[in-house]
Design a protein around this ligand. Structure first.
Ligand code: NOJ
Length: 573
């Protein structure tokens, strides 16, 4: 699991095989050769379970059956067989901080205070104020706004939901809940899956007594800072490891947001902890989001970005930890439009530059569907009706309502502009397979569940598979290059010129191999000189570059100076 190339599939948008406008399992099977050719070893599949889809499958109503729109268990067996034939493994998405409100467990739990499943969720009586008014048990906000507590008329108590009210949080303090989770994990492992990506796994243990969040942290989209990495989370994960993971030698990656301290996350992944193989930290992708409002893009500096990457790379390397390397997933705007340059002139070169930035970091690498094609954020001309994510829509509605207090028809163009950068919808447009109608994602007469990005006639997989200069070709080369050079996966990490605002320069070392990576994040020519004290060994050779005609090497120019073109990225070994 350290050296594998992982690819994330967001099933609804990947490939539709039956013309209903929604991606499905047979669609995935039809693209396995494409993934194999790219160099993929492991697929992380976002949820495909039965779900009312309030949050795109992250609200599960049955862990052991599938959303019929994706296919049947029989299709799943076919997928596993076809993957096995190609030597590709499957990670399922384990969403067990919460279920759907329509899961039979919650239906039973909410049916009566006396239900044997009552304690499977987090129920509390109201707080009653001096005037006899009812209030939620504490001041926690749900992640996308509003209280994290929902009143249940039937049983006269509140239940906790850190996400939507349709996503009630499970009570992990209850051993029966944990056993049920272990059982469903075994069920999937017995079917032949190889491990799990664990959704918001650092939220499963809630702070004791569910205390109020300090008021200074309360706000619209601010998440209660006291909730992540709760008191029993490590105990719960060790137990899960002992009961399930270790017995199957399964691969695990935990999603652990709202944690910017590597010391806290390293605890989850040190071998001696016997918990998880690795976690996803979000520190680097939080860099262009506000603390008070993650949908509002803020300017970012390369020096800060480098510092964040450096912090995680060096900490994990020095403390027996392990990193997950990613810059895109289904919750993030496209990296090209945030960290690269999606203009016609620089799109291809900057997408390749970002690829170098990824493959040169230590850890296990994750590529998100479409990232290998340089897919970009949605175009400026799209209206709010094209954005389908519940988080986007509730954010929009809340602001609209507020603005309507002052004007009947408020200007919302600034919000749309923000969403164009940061909304999760940007990553969820259908994959662009070819230049036929709907980009070959679904059949011609179908209506895709989400609009295909307008640029698909120029930016699609078929066109790129035929062009040796394409982003797709480059990603394939870069992934193979990484595998061939363990220094990139396992090596130490040292920043060169940390305060340079244009160039990301790194030295990696492993055994007697040294790698020097120089990446121009800017759209201008830069003469980058290594600092006097760099101690760069002589004779390093250029081995990977995103420009075709790179004739300079560290050998035949001054060893301390590299002339970089816009978004040029080079790896010397
Ligand atoms: C993280 C998932 O990646 C996201 O898509 C989802 O909305 C939340 N967890 C809630 O499950």
């Amino acid at each position: 699991w350290k050296e594998v190339n992982v690819y994330q599939i967001y099933p609804m948008s990947f490939k539709d095989s039956n013309g209903d406008g929604i991606g499905d399992i047979q669609g995935i099977i039809s693209k396995l050769d494409y993934l194999k050719e790219l160099g993929i070893d492991v697929i992380w599949l976002s949820p495909i379970y039965r779900s009312p889809n309030f949050d795109m499958g992250y609200d599960i109503s049955d862990y052991c059956s599938l959303d019929p729109r994706y296919g049947s268990i029989d299709d799943m067996h076919q997928l596993l067989k076809a993957m096995k034939e190609r030597g590709i493994k499957l990670l399922m998405d384990l969403v067990v901080n919460h279920t759907s409100h329509l899961h039979p467990w919650f239906l039973q739990s909410s049916s009566s205070k006396l239900s044997p499943k009552r304690d499977w969720y987090i129920w509390r009586p109201p707080r009653i104020d001096e005037s006899g008014n009812r209030h939620p048990p504490n001041n926690w906000d749900a992640i996308w706004g509003g209280s994290a507590w929902e009143w249940d008329e039937n049983t006269q108590e509140y239940y906790l939901h850190l996400y939507l009210k349709e996503q009630p949080d499970l009570n992990w303090e209850n051993i029966e809940v944990r056993r049920a989770v272990h059982e469903l994990m075994r069920w999937w492992l017995d079917k032949g899956v190889s491990g799990f990506r664990m959704d918001v796994i650092n939220l499963i243990s809630k702070p004791e007594g569910l205390p109020d969040e300090p008021l200074e942290n309360a706000g619209f989209t601010v998440f209660p800072v006291s909730i992540p990495n709760g008191p029993r989370v490590h105990e719960f994960l060790r137990e899960m490891n002992e009961e399930v993971i270790s017995k199957y030698d399964a691969m695990t990656v935990g999603e652990t947001p709202w944690t910017h301290d590597p010391a806290i996350l390293a605890r989850y992944v040190k071998p001696s902890s016997k918990e998880l193989n690795m976690v996803f930290t979000f520190h680097h992708v939080d860099i262009d989001g506000g603390v008070e409002n993650s949908w509002k893009p803020i300017p970012w500096k390369l020096s800060s970005y480098k510092q964040i990457i450096n912090k995680w790379q060096t900490y994990m390397h020095e403390h027996e930890g392990w990193n997950s390397i990613f810059i895109e997933n289904h919750d993030q705007g496209r990296s090209l439009s945030r960290f690269g340059n999606d203009s016609a002139e620089y799109r291809s070169i900057s997408a390749k530059m970002l690829a170098v930035g990824q493959i040169c970091q230590g850890g296990t690498i994750y590529v998100y569907q479409g990232e290998e094609l340089g897919m970009a954020n949605v175009p400026p001309s799209w209206g709010i009706e094209e954005y389908k994510d519940v988080a986007t829509q509730s954010y929009w509605k809340a602001i609209l309502e507020k603005r309507r207090e002052n004007s009947e028809n408020p200007d919302m163009s600034d919000i749309l502009k923000d969403l164009r950068k940061k909304a999760r919808d940007n990553a969820r447009t259908p994959v662009q397979w070819d230049d036929s109608p709907h980009a070959g994602f679904t059949s011609e007469n179908a209506t895709p569940w989400m609009r295909v990005n307008d640029d698909y006639t120029q930016w699609n997989a078929t066109q790129q598979m035929n062009d040796p200069n394409s982003v797709r070709f480059f990603w394939k080369r870069a992934l193979a290059f990484r595998k061939a050079h363990p220094v990139l996966i396992h090596g130490s990490f040292r920043l060169i010129s940390p305060s340079d605002e244009r160039v990301f320069a790194i030295e990696r070392q492993h055994g007697d191999v040294t790698a020097i990576i120089v990446i121009n994040f800017s759209g201008i020519n830069v003469n980058f000189s290594f600092p006097q004290d760099s101690k760069i060994p002589k004779g390093l050779k250029l081995q990977l570059s995103n420009y075709e005609n790179t004739d300079e090497t560290l050998e035949n120019i001054s060893p301390t100076l590299v002339n970089l073109r816009p978004y040029e990225a080079r790896v010397y070994l």
